[in-house]
Design a protein around this ligand. Structure first.
Ligand code: UDP
Ligand code: MG
Length: 343
């Protein structure tokens, strides 16, 4: 690798953002050019199906620091972020959303904070989310309360995926065997010295959110099950509670039997059966969540596939393409993250 390492890499996960990309690129470029440091922007096109690839290609023509990594299929925000982090070359690697909800101008302050405080991680903390919908704020509030209880208070509340990482942190992440980690929890868990920079969450500049309710639920479920076995204990505690309750009921039943107070008892039986059925299903579902995680881990499939990287295309495309059995053109490079290779 003869290439000079930039001081800063900025990773941007992008999925169908044709509307906002030109605005974003203009603001990001102005912010980064004013840094007077060598930088690269790693735009991770997460399998967009709109004009995003064309917009990125157009931007690249006039912006040599822009690098475009395309994933072969839509793999989700976290996977796209991971792909970008692992491909970035900078001494510091920042990640930012493409929709201008995170102000690019703050990157300079993050870099300064990291350098002056000798910090490995600087979180962008949303001090004001008034532009988010009440529903988003309420669910986000609950999410952070739960994960902070489960993972620990090293997880900053209201810190999403707008953050700056040192090279050492990125390498530590790369060494984790976990596929598709929830970065906003794994990064604090690594325990590097960290700081925070406050900012006001802006409104999405254009386009629509790519986070549906089901994706939010998925992220919440992954966050909890990847860090805690506490939900599994719910079954145990429900079982203990059930035994205590049943013992009391047995005494009541026995007394009633002795006193000849026994009546039809349809309602109580009905309620008990429904309740127990629901509890059992809940516990089965919880077990299922963990088994699903084991299943995914055992399969060992990568959480994303690199389709192309504009840097590889210009630097060493023939070598990589020759090694790659899936390559159907010179631009296609198959690389998998982490130490394992897919079977
Ligand atoms: N994103 C992505 N892949 C996806 C969904 C989203 O790369 O499958 C990107 C999206 O383009 C954006 C960032 O992740 O840059 C955050 O998404 P979004 O703004 O839609 O989420 P929200 O801010 O509404 O939670
Ligand atoms: Mg957004």
């Amino acid at each position: 690798m003869a290439r000079l390492e930039p001081a800063l890499s900025v990773v941007v996960p992008i999925f169908n953002e044709e509307a906002v990309l030109p605005l974003f690129a203009a603001r990001l470029r102005a912010a980064l050019d004013s840094l007077a440091e060598a930088y690269e922007v790693v735009a991770v096109d997460d399998g967009s199906t709109d004009a995003t690839p064309a917009v990125l290609a157009g931007l690249r023509r006039g912006w040599p620091q822009l690098r475009v990594v395309r994933l072969r299929r839509n793999s989700g925000h976290q996977a796209a972020l991971t792909a970008g982090l692992f491909r970035a070359r900078g001494a510091y690697v920042a990640s930012i959303d493409a929709d201008l909800q995170d102000p690019p101008e703050l990157l300079a302050e993050m870099l300064r904070t990291a350098r002056t405080g000798e910090l490995d991680v600087v979180y962008g903390v949303r001090s004001d989310r008034s532009t988010d919908s009440p529903f988003k704020r309420a669910t986000a509030g609950l999410y952070y309360r739960v994960v902070r209880r489960l993972v620990g208070n090293s997880v900053p509340a209201q810190a999403g995926d707008f953050r700056l990482l040192s090279r050492a942190t990125v390498e530590a992440l790369r060494e984790l065997p976990e596929r598709g980690p929830v970065l906003r929890l794994v990064v604090p868990w690594l325990g590097f010295p960290s700081g925070e920079v406050d900012y006001v969450r802006e409104q999405r500049a254009a386009g629509r959110t790519k986070y549906s309710l089901s994706r939010m639920l998925r992220l919440a479920m992954d966050s909890i099950t990847s860090f805690s076995a506490a939900p599994l204990r719910v079954a145990t505690w429900l079982g203990v509670g059930g035994v205590v309750l049943c013992s009391a009921m047995l005494v009541v039943a026995f007394v009633a039997y002795l006193g000849h107070y026994t009546v039809a008892g349809w309602a109580s039986l009905y309620v008990a059966v429904l309740f127990l059925g629901a509890v059992q299903l809940l516990c089965l579902g919880l077990l299922g969540e963990y088994i699903a995680r084991i299943y995914v881990a055992v399969q060992g499939r990568p959480s994303y596939f690199i389709g192309s990287d504009s840097d590889d295309a210009t630097e060493h495309a023939p070598v990589d393409a020759a090694e790659d059995p899936h390559a159907d053109d010179v631009l296609t490079v198959t690389t998998t993250p982490g130490p394992r290779t897919p079977r």
